[in-house]
Ligand binder design. Structure first.
Ligand SMILES: CSCCC(=O)C(=O)COP(=O)(O)O
Ligand SMILES: [Zn+2]
Length: 203
């Protein structure tokens, strides 16, 4: 896919995710792999439901902007580390839903485990509900390089990781293509809501 087509996928993703209430205000950032060594990311501070073709920029996989004059997402490093981590990753989505935010604050441990949900099969590499999907929760940090270092330790030890939460902040997930990343966002959101309901009813 060329840059124009990838930009269009990012713009459409923003409309969809904003419409579902998962990317409120100017929160969230999205990206797609441009090549083995470059990513296309949303610029910083834009309303993600109203993105246009100029609201994306190319970076290298160290997170350096290749388009002077455009301000890259504050969380660029959290995207580019994923493209470096696994060459088959083609798209990364970060959202700020209410359920992701609330659940990540409720869970005081450093991970959340989904077990026995049929919808777990929406995640790449999962083919049965009879398994556990562990989702790490990292404490929020305004120092994104420091946060990325913590995430990297987990990724290196968990090559099957399908996403992670940042406490009080939001969700990161990814896929081979944008459609895969969007499917995983929907699966996470369904499972977050289930977990919150189950926990509320168990009290
Ligand atoms: C208003 S949300 C605060 C920043 C954030 O968490 C986010 O996802 C958006 O940052 P960006 O620089 O990519 O616009
Ligand atoms: Zn964010």
């Amino acid at each position: 896919m060329n840059r124009e087509q990838l930009a269009e996928q990012i713009i459409e993703a923003g409309r969809f995710l904003y419409g579902r209430g998962w990317s409120p205000a100017t929160s969230s950032n999205y990206s797609a792999r441009l090549s083995a060594e470059q990513a296309l990311l949303t610029v910083s501070g834009k309303h993600k439901g109203q993105l246009g073709p100029d609201d994306v920029l190319a970076t290298d996989l160290d997170g350096n902007s290749l388009e002077p004059g455009k301000k890259p997402s504050a969380e660029t490093l959290l995207h580019t580390q994923l493209y470096r981590w696994q060459p088959q990753i083609g798209a990364v989505l970060h959202t700020h839903s209410v359920n992701a935010t609330v659940l990540s604050r409720l869970c005081l441990s450093d991970s959340l485990v989904f077990a026995d949900y049929e919808l777990q099969k929406a995640f790449a590499g999962v083919s049965t509900h009879e398994c556990q999907v562990e989702v790490p929760i990292f404490d929020n940090d305004q120092d994104i390089a420091r946060l990325a270092s913590q995430v990297q330790v987990w990724l290196d030890e968990h090559p099957d990781c399908v996403g992670y939460l940042i406490r009080g902040h939001g969700l990161y997930t990814w896929g081979a293509q944008m459609s895969d990343a969007l499917r995983q966002i929907e699966a996470f959101e369904f499972l977050f809501e289930c977990e919150l309901k189950v926990r509320a009813l168990q009290r």
